[in-house]
Design a protein around this ligand. Structure first.
Ligand code: FES
Length: 73
């Protein structure tokens, strides 16, 4: 028999993005990127996986320091 795991101590990183998917995976073709593209790492962007600046509000409200990763050609 499989024992149910106690998940009460788990914290979710992803609060709301595509929760119907078992795993959120994005594949981006490097040929489609502009000279500079910012990817979200705070999991709050409405344009995920791209950064829309929502990390600023998240950081102010939660004393956090997240920000995007920027890919430059
Ligand atoms: Fe998430 Fe900018 S919106 S890192």
């Amino acid at each position: 028999t499989v024992k149910p795991r106690n998940t009460s101590h788990f914290q979710s990183v992803n609060p709301s993005i595509r929760k119907d998917e078992a795993k959120v995976v994005d594949i981006v073709n490097i040929e489609d990127l502009g000279d500079s593209t910012a990817f979200c790492r705070c999991w709050r962007s409405a344009k995920f996986p791209y950064c829309d600046g929502s990390h600023g509000r998240h950081n102010r409200e939660n004393c956090d320091n997240t920000g995007p990763v920027v890919i430059k050609k």
